[in-house]
Ligand binder design. Structure first.
Ligand SMILES: Cc1cc2nc3c(=O)[nH]c(=O)nc-3n(C[C@H](O)[C@H](O)[C@H](O)COP(=O)(O)OP(=O)(O)OC[C@H]3O[C@@H](n4cnc5c(N)ncnc54)[C@H](O)[C@@H]3O)c2cc1C
Length: 344
């Protein structure tokens, strides 16, 4: 078989849709993942924080072609006019319905095999995945390696209700969503945070989604790139009246308060068993918690004219700082597909 996708979330589905759109057949692609439904991990997290609108905009969809975006799919004048002003954020329901449609239309289920992959190895002409293969082209999209838990607290991305008194730890998108949720549930809310929240519409400044912004980033030396990525990784949530909620700040959860940890994910290649194993086996270049990648999201030491190893999702930030977004998933997917089609 020609291609394997390791992981079964939104980035995997975006890649699958892009390959299929380019004419790669279902029987030429194996998807190895833990969930047959590519939305299930994301869906539970979004439902846990009661997310109703996407942070991303109209182009935050999983289909291969850029057009139509989600605003056109919604089909209302208000969606279209808000989209022109970068103020359109699709409903989560619309996004999920669209993801299901992409899953059905592309034949995802024909390629999917339920498996938690342990090891990927490079060899002559390609890669083996848990000893199976050879696959000439492999894209790894294993998502976040796990949640950062706080002892005695429920994590914001796990199902929960709100007690009458709630302390929310964190200062990012999940924390800001949870302040509003808990207040709407009638709870008394305090915020526990190390620094003042950063306000930003998208995960990273808009420039990093453009060719020009990326070119500057790709020219940075490793130490500077690590510093930029750490800075971009600071928790943030959008500006605007909808998000302006006054909550008192405390140093620690007061006694008797339910604690909700909006503390996000464990970070870095060392935390992901597949990536840690791959780095050790092939002595791959890393900087700090980041896996070094070429600008097209491939691992340089394991990629040549005949084979490709690409990284999509959060572990692909060395190539695309907003790798952990739908737009980032598509950036890696498109470059991967170009390589697959070039070596036909
Ligand atoms: C609550 C929330 C809201 C978000 N909202 C937005 C938004 O509005 N817009 C936007 O652009 N982005 C958003 N994001 C960011 C991003 O789009 C998501 O994090 C998205 O889920 C990333 O997709 P992924 O495929 O990288 O990871 P996931 O969707 O987590 O998928 C990874 C999959 O791989 C599986 N897996 C892991 N290890 C292995 C293994 N060894 N073998 C096989 N399978 C494995 C996992 O179990 C999982 O099924 C949001 C994130 C969260 C958490």
């Amino acid at each position: 078989m020609r291609c394997a996708i390791v992981g079964s979330g939104l980035a995997a589905l975006a890649t699958y849709a892009t390959l299929r759109h380019a004419g790669v057949l279902s029987e030429e692609i194996a998807v190895f993942g833990t969930h047959a439904d590519p939305t299930s991990v994301w869906r539970e997290r979004a439902a846990s924080i009661r997310q109703r609108r996407m942070r991303s905009e109209s182009d935050g969809h999983l289909a291969a072609a850029g057009f139509p975006g989600l605003a056109v799919r919604e089909g209302t004048l208000s969606a279209l006019s808000r989209s022109v002003a970068n103020r359109y954020h699709p409903a989560v329901e619309l996004f999920l319905a669209h993801a299901n449609e992409v899953r059905d239309r592309t034949g995802w289920d024909e390629s999917f095999a339920e498996r938690r992959v342990a090891r990927i190895r490079a060899g002559k002409g390609g890669f083996t995945v848990d000893g199976e293969g050879t696959f000439a082209h492999v894209l790894v999209a294993t998502g976040h390696p796990g949640l950062v838990h706080v002892p005695g607290a429920v994590h914001a991305y796990e199902p929960h209700e709100y007690a009458p008194k709630v302390a929310i730890v964190g200062a990012g998108m999940a924390a800001a969503t949870e302040w509003r949720n808990a207040l709407a549930a009638g709870s008394e809310v305090v915020s526990i945070r190390r620094r003042e929240p950063l306000r930003r519409s998208l995960n990273v400044p808009r420039a990093y989604f453009s060719k020009r912004g990326l070119a500057g980033f790709h020219h940075l030396a490793p130490t500077a790139r690590v510093a930029v990525l750490h800075d971009l990784g600071r928790p943030s949530y959008p500006p605007g009246r909808d998000w302006d909620v006054e909550v008192p700040v405390a140093d620690a959860p007061p006694p008797g308060f339910q604690v909700i940890a909006a503390t996000g994910f464990r970070k870095g290649w060392r935390e992901d068993p597949v990536l840690a194993d791959l780095v050790a086996a092939h002595d791959l270049e890393t900087h700090d918690r980041f896996l070094a990648l070429a600008p097209d999201s491939t691992v340089p030491a394991l990629t040549n004219d005949g084979r490709t190893l690409s990284i999509a999702g959060v572990a692909g930030q060395w190539a695309f700082p907003a790798a952990d977004t739908i737009a980032g998933a598509k950036y890696a997917a498109r470059a991967f597909t170009r390589r697959v089609c070039r070596t036909r």
